[in-house]
Design a binder for this molecule. Structure first.
Ligand SMILES: NC(=O)C1=CN([C@@H]2O[C@H](COP(=O)(O)OP(=O)(O)OC[C@H]3O[C@@H](n4cnc5c(N)ncnc54)[C@H](OP(=O)(O)O)[C@@H]3O)[C@@H](O)[C@H]2O)C=CC1
Ligand SMILES: Cc1cn([C@H]2C[C@H](O)[C@@H](COP(=O)(O)OP(=O)(O)O[C@H]3O[C@@H](C)C(=O)[C@@H](O)[C@H]3O)O2)c(=O)[nH]c1=O
Length: 287
């Protein structure tokens, strides 16, 4: 099976690259933005045709949530228009498409975990464009899977875990919101799940996947500090004390019943995965 990973140098794309040697029955093609810009539809078509791609795993996205408010056109181009074209081209070649979306498609007004059937109502440009991407993916490609995930972090790329480590080391203290509740997701766990799906029965549709458990960003930051063994103070603040261009949902925990039942999987607890990731970051720092 020939698998194309787009956006291959981001957090999730890099985790796929690292895991790829463990899946020797697949033939991987890793394409970063520099080698395949998903906004260029003809380049995408040529790539899929030239390499006989069976599955596209689309890790390319515009993920700068605040910047998207000032660059809605650029954000929509990558997150929506390009994905629409990817889905269309994948379908032309009878290829499958696995695409990722976000908990930010919800407005956060619920206080129990969101299922795939819950109404969406994105509050900011990033979430609006990702919601549009879900619809076009499922509408235009027969063999498509959309996975909504949340609060992704990794050894690779930019993420909240690394921001906390940096802030504590540089400043020694930081305020973090405790009134936004969700679930962190270790990109490595998500990548493993996707690769295992490809080796079992692929059942198209919309799924929620995050790690298990629930926390606020404040709790997440405190746990990062604990596992990293860093001194300093992390104190709880309200969202209005951390003004941001894009509003975030107050509650965006994803219900994972569908994915667990369909694929008969166990999902790691967020605290255990965070510990693993921080060990990996620290092993690398100590080298
Ligand atoms: N990060 C998170 O917290 C969450 C992410 N998601 C979703 O998960 C998926 C993966 O996210 P993540 O790995 O964190 O994202 P990253 O921002 O780490 O990686 C995205 C990658 O896409 C690349 N890219 C941007 N534009 C294009 C383009 N036009 N053509 C090809 N590549 C492009 C970027 O390259 P460059 O850096 O050079 O621009 C970057 O390497 C995305 O769909 C995202 O929306 C969902 C929920 C949470
Ligand atoms: C860095 C920092 C953030 N915060 C707050 C701001 C925000 O409400 C929350 C998270 O901060 P960030 O801006 O790092 O994260 P954010 O960009 O909102 O993360 C989101 O990214 C996109 C791509 C997704 O799809 C989402 O699932 C989610 O992971 O924590 C603080 O309160 N203090 C801080 O020092």
């Amino acid at each position: 099976m020939n698998i194309l990973i787009t956006g291959a140098n981001g957090q999730l794309g890099s985790e796929f690259r690292e895991l790829s040697p463990l899946y020797s029955s697949y033939n991987f093609f890793f394409a970063g933005c520099d080698s395949l810009n998903i906004c260029e539809v003809e380049a995408v078509r040529e790539y899929i045709s030239a390499h006989n791609i069976d599955f596209i795993i689309n890790c390319a996205a515009y993920t700068a949530v605040n910047a998207a408010e000032e660059n809605p056109v650029d954000c929509d181009k990558v997150n929506h228009t390009a994905v629409s074209n990817l889905a269309k081209v994948a379908d032309e070649y009878d290829a499958g498409l696995i695409h990722f979306s976000t908990d930010y498609v919800f407005d956060g007004s619920k206080n129990t975990p969101y299922t795939e059937e819950d109404p969406t109502s994105a509050r900011a440009i990033y979430g609006i464009t990702k919601l549009a991407s879900e619809r076009v993916t499922l509408a235009k490609c027969n063999k498509a899977m959309v996975i909504r995930t949340s609060w992704v972090y990794s050894f690779y790329g930019h993420n909240f875990v690394k921001t906390v480590l940096k802030q504590l080391q540089l400043r020694g203290s930081m305020g973090v919101v405790y009134d936004q509740i969700g679930t962190p997701t270790y990109a490595k766990d998500l990548a493993k799940f996707v690769l295992n799906v490809l080796s079992t029965d692929f059942i198209p549709g919309l799924y929620h996947y995050s790690n298990e458990g629930v926390c606020s960003w404040f709790d997440f930051a405190k746990m990062v500090q604990r596992f990293a063994g860093l001194k300093g103070e992390i104190y709880p603040i309200h969202s209005d004390q951390y003004p941001a261009k894009a509003p975030r949902p107050a509650y965006s925990v994803l219900d994972k019943t569908k994915v667990k039942d369909t694929y008969n999987i166990k999902i790691p607890y967020w605290v255990d995965s965070l510990e693993e990731c921080i060990q990996r970051i620290q092993n690398d720092t100590n080298k």
